[in-house]
Design a protein around this ligand. Structure first.
Ligand SMILES: [Zn+2]
Ligand SMILES: [Zn+2]
Length: 172
């Protein structure tokens, strides 16, 4: 980096990441090659790289950038490529990585599961068109649960066929 006030730049949005700053990396090893590894200024930038690369299971890992002194020591150790460079490079400031997004665990009860999957305005229009009846907003919850159940079954079918795309026929 020519800008020596920061350590690296976010691989998604190019925001500078300062020395010693909290940032995020991908748990997937191909995203963490030495020197070219991806770093992200926040979890949504990590999320953004998932649209470019496809991971089977992935999560963001919280990291702390090396201090400038550690980083410079690491750079010169690598330049010298002495046999014990890798032990020298181990940063004493690095904290144990903390997983932030758990790998997908199907069926774990999750507060996000309460999200409505139903477009209520369209549903109300449908019911009104069919019957002239009104529809309570609260039907969003049981209907969304039913859609989630159907999706979970379709996901299992796709998985059983080795696909990572859910198709219309998975709902048959
Ligand atoms: Zn970013
Ligand atoms: Zn990745």
């Amino acid at each position: 980096m020519s800008d020596d006030s920061s350590w690296r730049r976010c691989s998604s949005c190019k925001t500078p990441i300062a020395f010693g700053a909290q940032h995020w990396v991908c748990n997937v090893s191909t995203c963490n090659r030495p020197r070219t590894g991806l770093v992200f200024c926040n979890v949504s930038c990590w999320d953004a790289h998932l649209s470019v690369v496809r991971h089977r299971e992935s999560w963001a890992v919280e990291k702390q950038a090396p201090s400038r002194a550690d980083w410079e020591r690491e750079q010169s150790a690598q330049a010298a490529s002495s046999p014990h460079a890798s032990t020298v490079a181990a940063s004493p400031t690095e904290r144990a990585p903390r997983r932030i997004l758990p790998p997908p665990t199907p069926r774990a009860p999750d507060p996000l599961e309460a999200d409505a999957l139903i477009v209520m305005s369209k549903l109300k229009n449908y019911v009104r068109g069919r019957s002239g009846f009104n529809t309570s907003d609260r039907v969003a919850t049981p209907l969304s649960d039913a859609v989630r159940g159907l999706c979970d079954r379709a996901i299992e079918k796709a998985r059983a066929e080795g696909r990572r795309t859910v198709l219309d026929r998975d709902f048959e």
